[in-house]
Design a protein around this ligand. Structure first.
Ligand SMILES: [Zn+2]
Length: 107
């Protein structure tokens, strides 16, 4: 019995958003990818405008997140502030040039 899947086609969910070039556009859940911050209440969503095909990214507050999840949009949890290699290098370099590393930690 797959009656539910058949019924979904009747009311295919569309997500209304705006494109910076085209104005109001309608997306399907397949067009959207949601990136949730750890905690899962807010994040960003990416989509490709069906009209101009430009890839775009928008912030998603908790309300937008719940709407997108309800429509079946795929999501992933991302870390918004990973420590970059450049930051690690800068810290390591600072330690190397500092005769007394404990002074760095003391501020
Ligand atoms: Zn567009």
């Amino acid at each position: 019995m797959h009656r539910d899947m058949g019924d979904r086609r009747i009311g295919m969910t569309t997500i209304k958003t705006t494109c910076g070039h085209c104005g109001d556009i309608h997306l399907t859940p397949d067009d959207v990818a949601l990136e949730l911050r750890p905690g899962g209440r807010e994040g960003d969503y990416r989509f490709k405008c069906p009209s101009c095909t430009e890839q775009q990214r928008r912030p998603a507050n908790s309300r937008v997140v719940s709407v997108l999840l309800a429509t079946g949009v795929a999501y992933e949890v991302v870390n918004p502030d990973p420590i970059t290699e450049a930051e690690i290098m800068a810290f390591t370099t600072a330690l190397d040039s500092e005769p007394d590393p404990l002074r760095l930690l003391a501020g």
